[in-house]
Design a protein around this ligand. Sequence first.
Ligand code: FAD
Ligand code: SF4
Ligand code: SF4
Length: 473
Amino acid sequence: MAVSRRKVPIAEQKPEERILNFKEVCLGYTLEEGREEAARCLQCKKAPCIAGCPVEIDIPAFIRAVRDGDMAESVRIMAEYTNLPAVCGRVCPQETQCEGVCTVGRIKDSEPVAIGKLERLVADWNYARENTRVSDVPKEHIGRAAVIGAGPAGLTVAGDLAKAGYEVTMFEALHAPGGVLMYGIPEFRLPKSIVGLEIGAITRLGVKFEPNIVVGRTITMSEIMDDFDACFIGVGAGAPHFQGIPGTTLNGVYSASEYLTRINLMHAYEFPEHDTPVKKSRKVVVIGGGNVAMDAARSAKRLGAESVSIVYRRSLEELPARIEEYHHAVEEGIVFHWLTNPTVYSDDGTGRLRGVKCIKMELGEPDASGRRRPVPIPDSEFFMEADTAVEAIGQGANRVLLSTFPELKLNKWGYIDADPKTGATSVPGVYAGGDIVTGAATVILAMGAGKAAAAAIDAYIREKKRTQAARSE
Ligand code: FAD
Ligand code: SF4
Ligand code: SF4
C-alpha cells in the first residue's frame, strides 16, 4: 500500500475563534486518525528518528503499537524513556529533532511521520483513562538526592531517581512545579492541566515537593549538601535580558518573562478573580523572534488588543521560533515587521508608553553565531504607536543561587560549567543541567540533560555508599 505523502491533518480551533479564548489551539488526533498516521511509519530497521530524540524514545516501537491499536503497550514503551510525553508531544521542536531526520520526510515532496502528535495521542489516551499507574518503585532507599528547580530538567532527574529507588526532595522557588512549562508557555499551547497530570505522575513516585524555597536565600547550598548524598541544579535561565534603550522603565514596557508569568501562572486573564492583572492594551509591540515572542504576541491578542506587531531585527529566514508557532501567529493576525529594531520607547508625558521608535535594518557580514549581522540603515527611523511593548530578546542565568555558591565553576557566559555527558560540575556530588548549563534552549534538551545526570548521580551515590561501607568494615 502506498504511503500518503502528507501527514494526516489534525483538528485545530479556527483562528477567529481561538483569539477569543486561551483554550488549546491543536485538538489532537482521534484514535482512528492516529492509527492512520502511524501506518505511514516505515518501521525502519536503523531508525534515525531515535537518534534525533534527546531521550532516545523507541519511536518505531511505540508507533507500531499505535498502528496495531495496542495503546496500553504504547504507553508502556513511552514510560520507559520519558516522564513528560504529553508535554513533549506538544512543544518539542520536532521539525529539528525526531521528525527532522525521519526517513519518510526524506522522500521527495513527503512530510515526516507526525511523531510528536502521535506521542501526544498516546499520553492523552493514558490520562483520559485516569491512569494513575505508579511505576514499580523499589522499596529500598539507596540514598537521598536533592533537586533544585522543578522545570523539565529537574522533573526528569527527580522521576528517574525515584524510579531507581532514591528518596528525592525537589526544592522550587515558585509555588507550583513545572518551571517554564507552567509560567512561560501559554495555556493555548500547553494546558496547565496536562502539565499537572504529568507532574502528578512524578510526585506519585514518592518525590517530595518543597515549594516557595529559593535556594541561596531560604536555604543554602551547604545545608543541602550536608543533608543529601548528591544534588542536581536545574534552575533554568529565567533572568530577562533588556535592550536597555531609552524609555525602558516607562509604564507599559514589560519583559516577556513578567508578562507571560502574570498571564500563565497568575491568571491575569481572569482578573478580577485573580489579582495580578496586566495592562489592558490597544496596540502592542513585541520585540524578538523566538517562541517567547510568539507566545507574548498571541497572548496579547487573546487579551483583546486591537493590533499586535512583532518587531524582529532579522528576516523570516533567520526566525528562531518554531515554524508552527509562526504560522499560528500569522493566522491570528499578528503583523510582522522584519529587519526592524526599536531605538526608543516614547513617553506620553505622564510616564506611560506612547509608542516605539524603530529603525530599519539590513543584513551584513555573519557574526559569531554564523548568522548575518543586522546593521541599521541610516535615516530609516519610523514611529509605531503602542501602549504596551514586550521585550522578548532572551534570558540569562539567574544569579541568586550562583552568587552564594562561589565553589561552582561557571563558563564565560555565566552558566554552570558542567560535563555535557554527565552533568558533573566542579563540586563533587553536585550535578547540573538544562538551561542553567546551556543557556535558553528547549524542553527536550533539558530533559535529555536531566536523564544523563540522573544516571550519573545514581552511579556517584552507589560508589559513595560502597566506599563508606568498606571504610566502616
Ligand atoms: P526552567 O523550565 O526554567 O525551570 C527552572 C525552575 O527552577 C523554575 O521553576 C524556577 O522557578 C526554579 N528556580 C530558579 N532559581 C531557583 C532557586 N534559586 N531555588 C529554587 N528554585 C529555583 N522549549 C521548547 O522545547 N518548546 C517550546 O515551544 C518552548 N517555548 C517556550 C516559551 C517560553 C515563553 C519560554 C520562556 C521558553 C520556551 N521554551 C520552549 C524553552 C524551554 O521551556 C526551556 O528550555 C526549558 O523549560 C528549560 O528547562 P529547565 O528545567 O532547565 O528550566
Ligand atoms: Fe520527538 Fe520530542 Fe518525542 Fe523525542 S520527546 S520523540 S524529540 S517529540
Ligand atoms: Fe518511522 Fe520515520 Fe522513525 Fe523510520 S525514521 S521508524 S519512518 S518514524
